[in-house]
Design a protein around this ligand. Structure first.
Ligand SMILES: CNc1ncnc2c1ncn2[C@@H]1O[C@H](COP(=O)(O)O)[C@@H](O)[C@H]1O
Ligand SMILES: [Zn+2]
Length: 348
């Protein structure tokens, strides 16, 4: 029965909207990177949090630093991006929005511009190889890096949005939520919005970010990452919830990420249920499938088990996720068509 369900969730066509590139690197790709750089002496237990293990959010951010050491050339970025896209495609993801923080590495000569350029190249190569997946990209701002870098990143994102014929669709705000205040980044985010970039902001991923969330929700963003502590029962407020509902802002929900990072106590206590019962748009996502040792079909399966949802319910969830993508209506229509074509084989 479980096996059958596994197969159902793998075959279910899915949309992935919250995936950080360097957090999504699989065990086998990490192995290839370690083989390229044996001198770094990095072990698998430094780049992934296995099932049953938990870390503090702070420890999770240490893991990204290790992965960044392994991924520091254009060649690495190309391999990692192509592997990640292929893995999502193998998992039944038909539309993927990847996000990543442009990095410069003096030693290898990689610049922020060549970093993004290489990811664009990976997306094009995957398309030319005929992979059954549409891929778009969000340029990420790491909140740790401050105002100037944020502004520079917005300029880069705009430049690539205009030059790539729609491959770059938006801007992400992420990074360690305990560092810096969103207030300072507001002008950069507003500038991004004004130039036509869609905004996906990590909001209230940890408690006591209520004030920041209130400020950022005023922009308003086009989607919210996590939103774990928005509602009053967990220390948020009704006015935050009202703001989200008034603007109908979809939430990107990442169950395993929140449980392993210990901001949510267990799967059944995940705020997925809060928003689901309210029929507010949300989308199940992976966040960092490599670091958290998961994939999107597993996340769908876990949510179904935790909240006693049927395969029909999960089909509906996946179909409605299409409404929340950043690509234009023509792509949405095309995806809905595909979903309906694939449906009969799933419910025989
Ligand atoms: C666990 N919850 C999270 N909360 C906030 N930011 C996160 C995150 N998981 C990942 N990132 C962000 O994504 C970067 C890694 O991918 P890229 O190098 O950009 O591809 C991390 O350094 C962090 O900035
Ligand atoms: Zn995230």
């Amino acid at each position: 029965m479980e096996k059958e369900a596994d197969l159902f969730y793998r075959q279910l066509p899915k949309v992935e909207l919250h995936a950080h590139l360097n957090g999504s690197v699989s065990f086998s790709t990490i192995q290839k990177l370690m083989d390229r750089k044996p001198h770094l002496n990095i072990q698998h237990n430094m780049t992934a949090i296995r099932n049953g293990q938990k870390r503090t959010l702070d420890e999770c951010f240490q893991v990204f630093k290790v992965i960044h050491q392994l991924v520091d050339t254009e060649e690495d970025i190309l391999m990692v991006s192509k592997d990640v896209i292929r893995e999502f495609a193998d998992d039944g993801v038909k539309y993927l929005e990847l996000r990543s923080t442009p990095r410069e590495e003096k030693n290898s000569g990689m610049t922020k511009r060549s970093y993004i350029h290489t990811i664009m190249e990976a997306i094009r190569q995957c398309k030319n190889e005929g992979l059954d997946i549409e891929v778009r990209f969000l340029v990420a701002v790491d909140r740790r890096n401050g105002v100037e870098v944020a502004m520079e990143t917005v300029k880069l994102a705009e430049e690539f949005m205009l030059a790539t014929d729609g491959l770059v669709v938006g801007l992400d705000l992420s990074g360690d939520p305990t560092v810096s205040h969103g207030r300072d980044l507001l002008p950069a985010l507003q500038k991004a919005k004004n130039c036509g970039l869609k905004l996906s902001l990590h909001l209230s991923e940890v408690p006591s970010q209520g004030e920041e969330s209130e400020l950022l929700l005023n922009i308003p963003p086009d989607r919210i990452g996590h939103g774990t502590f928005l509602h009053p029962e967990v220390g948020g407020s009704q006015s935050l919830v009202d703001q989200v509902r008034k603007n109908n802002i979809p939430l990107e929900l990442c169950l395993t990420s929140n449980v392993k990072g210990q901001t949510v106590a267990s799967y059944s206590e995940h705020h997925f249920l809060y928003w689901y019962q309210m029929e507010h748009p949300s989308v199940i996502c992976t966040d960092d499938k490599g670091v958290f040792c998961t994939d999107l079909s597993q996340e769908y399966h876990l949510a179904a088990s935790a909240f006693s949802l049927t395969q029909e319910d999960m089909w509906g969830h996946s179909f409605k996720a299409i409404d929340c993508i950043f690509a234009p209506d023509s792509i949405k229509q095309h995806l809905r068509q595909r979903w309906l074509e694939l449906r009969p084989a799933l419910f025989q």
